[in-house]
Design a protein around this ligand. Structure first.
Ligand code: ZN
Length: 301
């Protein structure tokens, strides 16, 4: 059975008419609860100190006190700080610990984490691009703490995960693999020559692609997944903004193409624990259908 994590606290990051809003996780939750049986993973209270493993302490403390100090956005108006955003973002990052525990205790082998705000643009020193804290980086650190020493991250969001790359750029125990649209946010990161630094050299692989990409060409990029990185756990930054009905990109990935991608990722996992963490995806119909396809394959493949 697939582990599923959702908590109503994720609706309390108030972003108004912004495309990254609470309806995303609410509609996904309704679909999953009405369509699938699953193994429930509950949100547990966590401490902010955990965030210091991936973010600079001064940044975490600034966000914590931000709202009361009059801060209403992080870096720019893309990333809103509402009254309870800190608490929600802390929950989104640290709830991932429960999923790692469930893998460790062999309660589950696969999980889907329906959370927000997303995380992969949040760098060590600063959030941005709708992201406050880096959820998948936090999960990778928890996984390592609990004995999953080598962590593979695949990021199929249409945008480059500059934050995840930044946090693990000098690390040879976390392999970051990203496919993303070249001419899209965050623009100044994500090129093929960013391959990691120091010990981390060779453990960062970016596959930028042209505008208007279609299924076959997109899927062929996954031939480049590393063959010699013997990971203990696979984490996926599942951003559904690469789908053809999304307004935020020009990529033309179909539901059939998405199915093939998910199958490809599950084959690559070689039956190691796999967690999908929600990142982008803003056309609500397309998003819900895409998560349904993902969850179904996690469940039966
Ligand atoms: Zn995105």
């Amino acid at each position: 059975m697939v582990g599923y994590l959702y908590d109503p606290i994720f609706t309390l990051h108030e972003t108004g008419n912004h495309i990254e809003n609470k309806n995303r996780v609410i509609l996904i939750d309704e679909m999953i609860k009405s369509t699938f049986s699953f193994y429930p993973l509950e949100l547990k209270a966590q401490s902010k100190e955990d965030l210091y493993k991936i973010h600079d302490k001064s940044y975490v403390d600034w966000v914590e006190k931000g709202y009361e100090n009059g801060v209403r956005m992080i870096l720019n108006s893309d990333t809103i700080l509402s009254k309870r955003s800190y608490e929600v973002a802390l929950s989104a990052a640290t709830c991932t610990k429960r999923a790692v525990e469930a893998f460790k205790n062999k309660e589950i082998k696969r999980a889907f984490l329906n959370l927000r705000p997303p995380g992969h643009h949040a760098e060590r020193m600063m959030g941005q691009g709708f992201c406050i804290f880096n959820n998948i980086a936090m999960m990778a650190k928890y996984a390592q703490d609990m004995g999953f020493k080598k962590v593979m991250i695949i990021d199929f969001d249409v945008h480059h995960g500059n934050g995840t790359q930044d946090i693990f750029y000098k690390d040879d125990t976390v392999f970051y693999f990203s496919t993303h649209e070249k001419n899209n946010y965050p623009y100044f990161t994500g090129s093929e020559d960013e391959i990691g630094e120091g010990k981390g050299k060779g453990f960062n692989l970016n596959c930028p692609y042209k505008d208007d990409i279609e299924d076959d060409e997109f899927l062929s990029l996954y031939d480049r997944l590393p063959k010699n990185f013997d990971f203990d756990i696979l984490l996926v930054s599942a951003g559904y903004d690469l789908m053809k009905d999304e307004m935020i990109s020009s990529a033309n990935i179909t539901f059939e193409g998405l199915s093939k991608l998910i199958e490809r990722i599950l084959d690559f996992s070689k039956n190691k624990p796999v967690a999908f963490l929600l990142e982008g995806g803003y056309n609500l119909d397309s998003l819900v259908k895409s998560v349904e396809i993902t969850f179904d394959l996690l469940d039966r493949k």
